[in-house]
Design a protein around this ligand. Sequence first.
Ligand code: LLP
Length: 421
Amino acid sequence: MDHFLYRDGALYAEDVPVAEIAAAVGTPFYVYSTATLTRHFKLFDDALDGIDHLVCFAMKSLSNQAVIKVLADAGAGMDVVSGGEYFRAKAAGVAGEKIVFSGVGKTVDEMRLALEGGIRQFNVESEPEMIVLDQVAQSLDVVAPITVRVNPDVDAKTHAKISTGKKEDKFGIPISRAREVYAMAAKLPGLKVIGIDVHIGSQLTDLTPFEAAYLKVAELTAQLRADGHEISRLDLGGGLGIPYARSNEAPPLPSDYGALIKRTFEDLDVEIEIEPGRLISGNAGLMVSKVIYIKDGEDRQFMIIDGAMNDLIRPAMYEAHHDIVPVIEPKVATAPATYDIVGPVCESGDTFAKSRAMAPVKADDLIAFRSAGAYGAVMASEYNSRPLIPEVLVNGDQFAVIRARPTYEEMIARDTLPHWL
Ligand code: LLP
């Protein structure tokens, strides 16, 4: 469920007409709904009600300062994967003890930043990383709380580019070597082992792979405890998928996912952490764009819009489907037209949809990409020297620009000429 609905023939973001935002900020832009963000966070939080838990929002999916603040105010912790994300979380007022540091290639500088600013735990992904973290912690005279990310070799049955829990993936240490690696960690004075971490992929539409991975983690918990390790916290990653097409069957609900977690871990007396990103932010955002031209090709019609692959790369990168709807509600009886929906960037990959049937539109009409909140703005670039598009946050009947569109001057201001030019 989201808060982008037609009302009186026009698309609204909560209580604000999308066209009103377009008139104020220009197109293209992202718009996020506070109510959807907090609703989805609460669904997870409620799903784990009754057990000790923390829902850490995967900031990589959407990391605008205002969004972090909304979720942190609702009670969320944060899952960060870089010094930049850590910095963002702290700048939005998130306490160090609610920030989890994930990622396969943490640098010394990133470790230092987090150890100095405070951290809930590092999810360590390899032995070399463990050795470096131990040294950094010792040099600062602190002890770094860690989990080790295990790779359970489970097929998440999702797009190959976002599957992370198979042995051929770069993530975590093989679960078969876990006891060895924990034994090594226990000997390092700069580290304190507190738990286990697992994350098998993103956009999972079935609970079976989660169940397979989680059963392995439950078994490992018992083994590691028998080996004398303190396992008091399990980080179960993110990955629950969302329905990108309204016509599709919906993936499992956070409540089903929560029931699975409770069923698997309830008797283990552990604190549970999860790191959802997409399910919280995905349906909380639209990308709104304007039709520039309708162009007749030899055998098809191209809808050329002012948004492009640099603004929303998911269709080009993962062949991802996003529902695309006109901002003016089509009349029920309108016969659909069929379009290839493309952006202005100079490559054929700049295609959002092929042969997409939708209500006919014309130049200057507004259209909205649904489910664009997650991995939208955060993956944008300035390719073709197209300035990053603005982000807007709606809350009831108010809206605010939470990242302004840079001017061309601002865009090029980061370039500098060497002294010989
Ligand atoms: N935790 C870890 C360690 C992760 O690597 C990820 C996502 C998450 C949590 C959050 O997963 P989520 O709940 O959002 O599925 N750009 C791709 C998705 C990349 C996901 C990367 N890792 C896309 O647009 O589909």
